[in-house]
Design a protein. Structure first.
Length: 173
């Protein structure tokens, strides 16, 4: 995947040097909605087969955490096979929609900062290390791709949250 057909994100538009900064910058978008929006709006499911805004935010927190684990694994093993994230199962298993939005905002900040620090510490050879990634298809991916993909996930899901919140507000008018 070099471009997201849904949101237009282009992977090659993100340089290695910008990955960490962009990951951390995205947290402001999540924090703003999680702290400023009514929790009932954040927990609402106005669209069929779509997560709530809070569920998307919890997912993004866990994406940052899991991606850091994958990077560390790729740095310590030769081409490891990354375990699937189980993103859909986590929503229910971890009760995403019952979590405290303010705490989730802080956890997103912390997880993004941790991943960014890890990526910013890499040298050229580290960025080229690989692992077997399972999504969207099983394929060998570099740490560089993982960094870019995480930026994409953050931007894409911030848009998802905006769409869900707007839909809740539209339904209430």
């Amino acid at each position: 995947m070099d471009r997201c057909t849904e949101c237009g994100f282009v992977y090659d538009d993100v340089s290695r040097d910008d990955v960490g900064r962009r990951l951390v910058a995205l947290t402001t978008r999540y924090r703003d909605v999680l702290v400023d929006e009514d929790p009932d709006v954040l927990r609402a499911h106005p669209l069929p087969d779509v997560w709530s805004a809070l569920e998307y935010a919890c997912h993004m927190r866990d994406v940052y955490r899991v991606q850091r684990e994958r990077v560390l694994l790729a740095l310590s093993e030769e081409q490891p096979a990354f375990a699937p994230m189980r993103r859909d199962e986590r929503v229910g298993d971890e009760r995403y929609n019952e979590q405290d939005p303010g705490q989730v905002a802080q956890e997103i900040d912390d997880a993004a900062a941790s991943l960014a620090r890890t990526l910013e510490s890499l040298d050229d050879g580290d960025w080229r290390r690989t692992g077997i990634y399972n999504y969207p298809e099983r394929r060998v991916r570099t740490i560089e791709w993982i960094g870019r993909h995480t930026v994409h996930e953050g931007e894409h899901h911030a848009r998802d949250i905006d769409r869900v919140v707007a839909s809740v507000h539209a339904d209430r008018e």
